[in-house]
Ligand binder design. Sequence first.
Ligand code: SF4
Length: 493
Amino acid sequence: MTPPLDRTLDVLYLHPLPLGGRQVAGGPAAAQPRYPLLPMGVVGLCNLLQARGHRVRGLNLAVEWTVEPGIDLAARLAGGSPRLVLIDLHWHEHCLGALELAQSVRESLPGAFVLLGGLTASAYAVELLALCPAVDAVVRGDAEAALPALARALEQGQSDPPDGLPNLVTRREPEPARWVAGPSHLDALDVVSLGFLDHAEAYQRLIHSHPRRPGIRPAVGARGHWLPNGRGCAWDCGSCGGGRGAHRAVTGRPGLVWRDPAQVAADLAQLRDAGVQQVALGLDPDMAGAAHRDACLGSLGGLGLYLESFQLPSVALLDAVARGCDPDHSELAITAVSGDPAHRRRHGKAFGDGELLACLDVLRARGMSVSVFFALGLPGEDDAAFEATLALAGRLIERDRLGTQRVAALPQALDPGAPMALEPARWGLEPTDAGDLAARLARARGLADGSLHPLDPRALGYRVPGCELRDRAARWNELATQAPEAVIPVPGG
Ligand code: SF4
């Protein structure tokens, strides 16, 4: 049961459901809620506000629906009087849910200042303010400079933010000065404590990756924690709005920023002491260079590690994981994109089949679990490329004699600011709508009310000539029927 808000609360943080209330209306809460993960910056920001003396409480609606199906959010909100309400809009999948949430906060807490932030909110900051009167301001890019100053001003009784807060986009000030966090700003944050978050342990149980381990029952009570080790990306994959170019354009970040490995090590020790079994690092340590990577991974001390490799993991990284991590709580994730190496390279993953197979052999030799992801229906995926994907997936399954591997194929919606979204003709796709916030909200409403199938090109925002996504999903799902332990089916396929 979620207790109501109390009157001494200063700041309320809310993580939305992707499709808002309609996602769960009329039915039981999803047993496995979608997108429960908090954006990486949230924990540091909430703890920063607490360190400045504000009383902060966080509700992750994906978790709350699991704990209390049918929770009446309006009734919960009605009891409190926070001056500031933070709603994340980091992944574009949350557009509709975040805006619906802003609206219900406005109705239940008319005196609160409603602030949105995250990469998607940053990309659509001005549009958000134009489309949603319930939103008072949007943080574009890093929030560590503006947020404490805004919270202080509101607590002192001001109803509007002070002028000149960097990155704070308001109707009065749509082009604020840019501010980009540096290493010292990241190192000053507490990115571990979840004291502000309701049902924090239930949340941590949901975000453990539960690697495939033969003969070992899934550790349902095991807890995970996503730990930021830096910000940015070194790559520019076609469908991703979190790459190097998007960071530069949307947040002003010129390159990668890394935390001090000693701080990361201290956080790992704290998480280990708190009984967390699996830590997921936000950025691929191979991007940081050998010294930084080895210092961070050398501090794992028996924790499990979940790691999304942005290319292929180096042997040095795999050795460090094998030496320092609990294998039953560790998992590598590799994005292979396609069975066609040329198609794979075009979409940002610079390795051939031989290198992938050799890497998986190294993983297996060290007893590690791995998930390999393919993308379905990206531009350039002709019939031959798709057949190559099925063939490569089949080969991976055959070679996995230990039963420690999973393969998945996912259709890719376009992130705002992704290279494919910016230059559709060059990539060979046909947009099905304008790709702006209004179009994304229309797509989400179609998905929420069932009028749009998730594999309809209009749900993804683009069509690739000659690609029938539902047929490809059905073919993939035949593979999943043959090897249900190893192959994750395409949802809706
Ligand atoms: S998908 Fe590519 S561009 Fe996006 S975060 Fe991963 S490596 Fe970077």
